[in-house]
Design a binder for this molecule. Structure first.
Ligand code: F3S
Length: 75
């Protein structure tokens, strides 16, 4: 059975622009002109980067980032 694929989400109402997510995984989080984060592209966590994605979730002081399983999608 293949490993599950995950997608990151950023709650725009909670993000305060601390940018820790972007420092940990710059390829997975884009910042707008105000320094607020949103997922890059479709937000699918690339193969081999799930540990860093979980680190980004754990390091957001605003608890703005979440991970969900993306059934049927491949990184
Ligand atoms: Fe925002 Fe948290 Fe990243 S506050 S910029 S989602 S570390």
């Amino acid at each position: 059975m293949p490993a599950p694929t995950f997608r990151v989400h950023v709650d725009a109402d909670k993000c305060q622009g601390h940018n820790r997510c972007h420092a940990i995984l710059p390829g997975l989080f884009d910042l707008d002109e105000m320094g607020m984060s949103h997922p890059a592209g479709d937000g699918i966590v690339p193969a081999g980067q799930l540990t860093q994605a979980r680190l980004a979730v754990a390091n957001c002081p605003e608890y703005a980032i979440s991970l969900t399983e993306a059934a049927g999608e491949r990184p």
